[in-house]
Design a protein around this ligand. Structure first.
Ligand SMILES: [Zn+2]
Length: 212
C-alpha cells in the first residue's frame, strides 16, 4: 500500500549514500525510523536485520509471510524475527512492493541462473561477507547470513507458483520506511547485479536515512 512519510530529510539524524556494490552496516535504535531511498530507481537493496543485542535472532521471511498472509511486503508489514518478535514495521512506502522470496545474488546462483562465466562477478553475498569480516567485533560469520529482503525488487509469483524476476516497478525517489521495535543491526548490500532486469542492468546508489 502506498503511504507517504511525514518526515523531512533535513531533520534526519543520519544520512548515508551507498553506492551499488557496497555495503551498509549500522545500528538503528528502538523507536528510530529508518528509510531506504531508491535514488535513481529500480535498484535492489538486499537487506538483513538482526536483534542488535543478540544477533542470533534475525529476520525471518517464513514467519513474516505466515503472520501477514501475504508474500509481498509493504506498508503495515511487521518484519518478524525467527523468534516471532517484531523487529521493525513498515510505516511508509512509495514503491508498493518488496520481495522476500528471491534471496540474494551469489556467485553460485549467478552461475546457475545466467552463465558459468558469471562465477567471478561481484554478488550481494560477497558484500555481506566482506562486511562481517571487516567487523570482527560483531562475532558474526557466514552462518549469520540468512533470510533477506530485496527492497524495491519485483519478483512476482506466477499462477503455477514459480518466481519470475521482472522489470522493476520502483522509480527515482521512491522509498520505504520502517520503525524499529528493538535495537536493530542493519546489513544492506546495494546490489551490484548486472544479470537480471530488476535494476535495468544499471546498478545505482541508494540513500539511507534515520530519524529519532
Ligand atoms: Zn544482489
Amino acid at each position: 500500500m502506498i503511504v507517504e512519510s511525514q518526515l523531512h530529510p533535513e531533520q534526519a539524524v543520519c544520512r548515508d549514500v551507498l553506492p551499488a556494490g557496497d555495503y551498509y552496516l549500522k545500528e538503528v535504535k528502538k523507536g528510530q525510523t529508518f528509510r531506504i531511498l531508491d535514488s535513481e530507481g529500480n535498484q535492489a537493496a538486499d537487506t538483513l536485520f538482526y536483534n542488535a543485542r543478540n544477533t542470533a535472532e534475525h529476520y525471518s521471511a517464513v514467519d513474516t509471510i505466515r503472520e501477514q498472509g501475504n508474500v509481498y511486503l509493504s506498508t503495515g508489514t511487521k518484519l518478524l524475527s525467527d523468534q516471532g518478535n517484531v523487529l521493525l514495521e513498515i510505516v511508509a512506502d512509495t514503491c508498493g512492493r518488496h520481495d522476500t522470496l528471491g534471496g540474494a545474488c551469489a556467485t553460485e546462483s549467478n552461475t546457475v541462473r545466467y552463465a558459468i562465466e558469471r562465477k567471478c562477478m561481484h554478488a550481494c553475498r560477497d558484500s555481506w561477507l566482506l562486511a562481517l569480516s571487516e567487523h570482527p567485533e560483531l562475532g558474526m560469520d557466514k552462518h549469520d547470513i540468512t533470510h533477506n529482503i530485496n527492497f524495491f525488487m519485483n519478483v512476482p509469483i506466477t499462477e503455477e507458483g514459480g518466481l519470475t524476476f521482472e522489470d522493476g516497478i520502483s522509480a527515482p525517489g521512491k522509498y520505504v520506511e520502517m520503525k524499529a521495535h528493538m535495537d536493530i543491526l542493519v546489513l544492506i548490500s546495494n546490489c551490484p547485479q548486472l544479470n537480471n532486469p530488476c535494476n535495468a542492468y544499471n546498478p545505482t546508489p541508494v540513500e539511507l536515512l534515520i530519524w529519532d
